[in-house]
Design a protein around this ligand. Structure first.
Ligand code: LCV
Length: 259
């Protein structure tokens, strides 16, 4: 069964998560289908794309599919992981991508939402960054997305507590462009997408690229990069990582030892 639904109308592409039984968890299959849908929308010269869950969803996406997380010693978010490829496909897509977020957003799905160009939510939209809940260390590009969108202190609070932050707080931090009533979010989002489609697609595309490049211009020297890589290896090669996965499957709170 396809784990996303896609449609294309009036230069607007829509991708709808279709993995309800697993709370739209981001499986390798769903992520590959998302990348394929974006490739098709680029060929059809989409002028805006909307990424959403089904209307009225309580969970926009539960994040990476935990059953597909690797064993100890392998990077859970390597450069060519399907999520990383999907994030780069969204960031590099020539037209704006709007995340229409109904429901709670977890882990890697926060990364997916924050790398979109615009996020529209309702009062039930929440964002939770969860590596600490599983005993892993997120990757640097994902951390940068969260810092850039939520700000330094909120990013730290999210990574340290692994607790959801509310739509109101996300809007105050500028992470949510708009917080609208649930019954209006679909009309509101498509109205914005249509407004974008009326503008020059080349000008909009160049503005997206320029803003992304300028926002990411942070120098980092190789030794700092190597230090971060070493720290991440330690985390995803830890007993805590295995305990985090086991606890999830056994539906119990993890007992982390810091080893
Ligand atoms: C596999 C799932 C998942 C799931 N994977 O429904 O950011 S990082 O570093 O942490 C990164 C590694 C990452 O993204 O990790 C994933 C982080 N995600 C989470 O921690 C959220 C885990 N899910 C939940 O807390 C709950 O499922 C929520 C609150 C999202 C929804 O709760 P609800 O009571 O509505 P269930 O928990 O009953 O889930 C329904 C089914 O979906 C599976 C879950 O195991 C269950 O499957 P079964 O019906 O077979 O028991 N499921 C949910 N999330 N991320 N499987």
């Amino acid at each position: 069964m396809k784990q996303i639904l896609q449609s294309f109308e009036n230069n607007i592409g829509t991708i709808t998560f279709n993995n309800d039984d697993k709370r739209n968890a981001l499986t390798f299959q769903l992520l590959d289908e998302l990348i394929e849908a974006l490739d098709e929308f680029e060929k059809r010269e989409a002028r805006a794309v909307i990424l959403r869950a089904k209307p009225g969803s309580k969970v926009w996406s539960a994040g990476l599919f935990i059953d597909e997380l690797p064993n100890a010693g392998e990077d859970p978010l390597s450069y060519n992981h399907p999520l990383e490829r999907a994030l780069r496909a969204i960031e590099g897509f020539p037209a704006p991508i709007i995340a229409m977020t109904e429901g709670s957003i977890w882990g890697g799905a926060c990364d997916l939402a924050t790398v979109c160009d615009i996020i529209i939510g309702t009062k039930d939209t929440t964002f939770a960054i969860t590596p600490a809940r599983l005993g892993v260390a997120y990757n640097s590009s994902g951390i940068m997305h969260v810092i850039r969108v939520f700000g330094l202190h909120t990013a730290k609070e999210m990574f340290f507590t692994a607790k959801p932050i509310s739509a109101e707080k996300a809007e105050r931090m500028g992470a949510l462009n708009h917080l609208v009533p649930a019954e209006e979010i679909e009309e509101f989002t498509y109205k914005m997408a249509k407004a974008i489609c009326f503008n020059s697609p080349l000008s909009v595309s160049v503005a997206k690229k320029q803003i992304n490049v300028l926002a990411q211009s942070t120098p980092i020297n190789p030794s700092t990069y190597e230090l971060i890589d070493e720290l991440r290896f330690k985390a995803f090669n830890s007993k805590d990582f295995m305990e985090g996965k086991r606890a999830f499957k056994e539906k119990r709170r993890a007992r982390f030892t810091g080893e």
